[in-house]
Design a binder for this molecule. Structure first.
Ligand code: TPP
Length: 547
């Protein structure tokens, strides 16, 4: 067989369902091998979007998503998606083409050193220099992409290697078990928790694994310790649980930070410093127990005193076994924080103000989505509100990128989410800036024939930057945008476009769009002028309950 066929057989052996990408002439052999395979090739309008889709597939399934591009310009277009997967711990394999390496005739036309370019953005990057290496390289790339901490891998398949003839088989996948934490680490952690007065659990991105959710639920039910989530840990434990204390959408100054300040022991489950800090450690005023697959990277604001390193689900289960609720644990302050938070989460959710306040949009979206439905966020100011106010009963139902925090991934992620879960409703929420960075993928969505709703929050500006500018007393500058007429824009793709004219119109419009087959775009005019008052200054001061 040809080496390209062996490559595709190796992908099939890894149970790859989709390859997302834009082909080039250097991929023709691989393309031909894909043509005769059970793998579905989803072409996109930009490699960056293909990478976002593949990474999101990886994030949702735990299996590496696969993205394909040509050499040079196609590969450089994959760079942002590589960083998105690598920082966000999403398993991804990128396959890029290359000119023949044995006998080149075109000088350096289109050639950049893609393998080296990918080095700081991947766990593993290699050129396939001999067809015989394909089974081992593909297996290794999948193993590395998937192994904790998951991330991006890259293989470059040159044109001449792809067309070589050989007789070989893919390697079989091996079964591996993750190592578990040392007994003494569990003893130290249990002891610190037993001796604490006001312990608290933090659920981060690394806790977002099926088995961990289950063991964490058991721990919380048995011990009654309150918990909060990070942006990427949302829904790992049901956020409508009576012990939920909120989401650390901000680094400081929110209700949850009142609870954090009062806690004398925090168990950090699955946090790594790539996520925007959910709280700052300043000294040793409280014990922080780091429970993760890897030890904590030392950081100026994160330096846990106790580390439980190994399989998280196992560690949580052993901690649950080792502990009983302690009579001296006092959660009364946390209860008050929660009461005040829940009251505040209702703020403006029924406000008729138009253009709409973000809180109202979040509340309307929450009501329209069932527990298992998925909201995929792009990056902008609204993200903080969704992280904070959109309560997730289940994991992976609000996809937030709090690692690279790249604009442009919202629509692509939603397309991938819908492919993975065709029975669930999927909504992409984007700012007008982020949407226009990859809006061309509306064509991909239409071509795939999927059902999807896209909400564009329009403030005709880079709102997040305007907010920061205002916060830091800079003059408003360099952030205003003109937009296309989003209804006409949508229609030119064969997408239905809608625009509410009052606050009350949004909810029924959204529900209809979600219930209708095909693709709908809702252009929602948003009012960010009051953000600072709400998010930054008044929240802590307003609630007498938590003084
Ligand atoms: C690719 C990329 N470029 C720039 C930024 C910096 N940035 C963060 S938020 C933001 C503004 C986003 O504007 P928009 O999508 O309209 O959302 P809004 O904040 O207005 O709701 C910018 C420019 C980024 N995160 N990613």
């Amino acid at each position: 067989m040809k080496a390209a066929q062996l490559f595709v057989q190796a992908l099939v052996a890894e149970e790859v369902e989709y390859v997302f990408g834009v082909p080039g002439e250097e991929n023709l052999e691989l393309l031909d091998a894909l043509r005769g395979s059970p793998i579905r090739f989803v072409i996109t309008r930009h490699e960056q979007a293909a990478g976002f889709m593949a990474a999101t597939y990886g994030r949702l399934t735990g299996k590496p998503g696969v993205a394909l591009s040509t050499l040079g310009p196609g590969a450089t277009n994959l760079v942002t998606a590589a960083a998105f997967a690598q920082l966000g711990a999403m398993p991804l394999l990128m396959i890029t083409g290359q000119k023949p390496i044995k006998n080149r005739k075109q000088g350096n036309f289109q050639i950049v050193d893609v393998v080296d370019m990918m080095r700081p953005l991947t766990k593993f990057t290699r050129q396939v220099v001999a067809a015989e290496m394909i089974p081992a390289l593909v297996r290794e790339a999948f193993r590395r992409a998937q192994e904790e901490r998951p991330g991006a891998c890259h293989l470059e398949l040159p044109q001449d290697i792809a067309s070589e003839e050989l007789d070989a088989q893919p390697l079989e996948r091996s079964r591996t078990r993750r190592p578990v934490a040392d007994d003494k680490a569990i003893v130290y952690a249990a002891q610190a928790l037993r001796e604490s007065k006001r312990p608290l659990l933090m659920i981060g991105a690394g806790a977002n694994r099926k088995l961990t959710s289950k063991t964490l639920r058991a721990l919380v039910e048995k011990l009654g310790i309150p918990f909060f989530t990070t942006q990427m840990g949302k829904g790992v434990l049901d956020e409508s649980h009576p012990l939920w204390l909120g989401n650390a959408a901000l680094s400081e100054h929110d209700f949850v930070h009142r609870a954090i300040d009062a806690a004398d022991c925090i168990v950090n489950v699955g946090h790594d410093v790539v996520e925007k800090p959910p709280f700052f450690m300043r000294g040793s005023e409280r014990t922080v127990i780091h429970v993760h697959y890897q030890s904590a990277e030392v950081d100026p604001v994160y330096f846990p005193q106790i580390e439980v390193v190994g399989d998280i689900a196992n560690a949580i289960w052993r901690l649950t076994e080792a502990l009983t609720p302690q009579a001296h644990w006092d959660f009364s302050f946390f209860d008050r924080v929660r009461e005040a938070l829940l009251l505040q989460l209702e703020d403006r959710t029924r406000d008729e103000h138009f253009p709409l306040y973000t809180q109202r949009v979040v509340a309307d979206v929450r009501k329209a989505m069932a527990a298992e439905d998925i909201v995929c966020l792009d990056n902008g100011l609204y993200k903080l509100w969704f992280a904070r106010n959109y309560r997730c009963p289940l994991p992976n139902t609000l996809l937030v990128d709090n690692a690279l925090a790249s604009m442009g991934a919202g629509l692509a992620s939603a397309i991938a989410a819908r492919l993975v879960y065709p029975e669930r409703k999927v909504l992409a929420v984007c700012g007008d800036g982020g949407f226009m960075m990859n809006s061309q993928e509306l064509e991909t969505a239409v071509r795939l024939g999927i059902d999807l709703t896209v909400m564009v929050l329009r403030d005709d500006a880079y709102g997040m930057i305007a907010w920061k500018q205002q916060n830091e007393q800079f003059a408003r500058f360099g952030i205003e945008l003109n937009n296309p007429d989003f209804i006409k824009y949508a229609e030119s793709y064969g997408v239905r476009g809608h625009r509410p004219r009052t606050a009350a119109e949004l909810a029924p419009m959204l529900e209809r769009a979600l219930a209708t087959p095909g693709i709908d775009l809702i252009d929602v005019q948003i009012d960010y002028r009051d953000e600072d008052r709400i998010l930054h200054e008044e929240i802590p001061a307003r609630s007498k309950a938590v003084r």
